[in-house]
Design a protein around this ligand. Structure first.
Ligand SMILES: Cc1cc2nc3c(=O)[nH]c(=O)nc-3n(C[C@H](O)[C@H](O)[C@H](O)COP(=O)(O)O)c2cc1C
Length: 175
């Protein structure tokens, strides 16, 4: 088996950006999930998968695990991107959800804060996201609400390359 590969599912480009940062740091390739066939993955000893959190769940986790899990001697690593800030209590819920999956046994989970890329969404989704954010803003005090309204209007991107470090260190530690 070869060395490492990053596989990602990305609808609006934010997970793709993290996947490419990780691939560059580990000196390997990043490919979209739709190109990741079982035979293509068979070459790699370490397979890293990343996708977005939608409604508190890592999208396409099962699809990836069914494709890649169960191959003797292979290490899998999973990361999620989401709008929730690093360290937000919600992130623990995302992790718990992933780790309840029986196929996640022995597979580490990492989280990377991203944002909301409204520009890359189609019209209906953009409208829905704005409405959700506007509803949330109503529950906040006035300064926070103004900030939330801005985010709802324009989207935001808090992606930060430094967030990949724990994952990169883990994978390098595998040798
Ligand atoms: C329908 C939808 C639901 C989302 N739900 C969550 C969520 O529950 N928690 C969160 O932190 N981010 C949530 N997000 C934000 C995405 O996780 C974030 O924008 C992600 O990085 C997008 O990745 P992508 O650009 O690779 O598709 C949601 C985004 C969309 C479009």
């Amino acid at each position: 088996m070869g060395n490492k590969i990053v596989v990602y599912k990305s609808n609006t480009g934010l997970t793709k950006k993290y996947a490419e940062w990780i691939a560059a740091a580990l000196d390997c390739e990043a490919i979209p999930l739709k190109q990741a066939t079982r035979s293509r993955l068979a070459e790699f000893a370490t397979v890293i998968f990343g996708g977005p959190i939608h409604a508190s769940r890592l999208q396409n986790l099962n699809r990836f695990l069914r494709l890649a899990a169960g191959q003797a001697g292979r290490q899998l690593v999973v990361f999620a991107t989401g709008a929730a800030p690093m360290g937000d209590p919600m992130v623990k819920q995302y992790q718990d959800f992933a780790e309840r999956n029986p196929l996640m046994k022995g597979i580490p989970f990492f989280y990377c804060e991203s944002g909301i890329n409204l520009q890359a969404m189609h019209g209906l989704m953009r409208l829905m996201m704005k409405q959700i954010a506007a509803a949330q803003a109503k529950q906040l005090d006035s300064t926070q609400a103004e900030e939330a309204r801005q985010k709802a209007e324009n989207g935001f991107d808090n992606s930060n390359q430094a967030n990949i470090q724990p994952l990169v260190d883990y994978v390098r530690g595998l040798g």
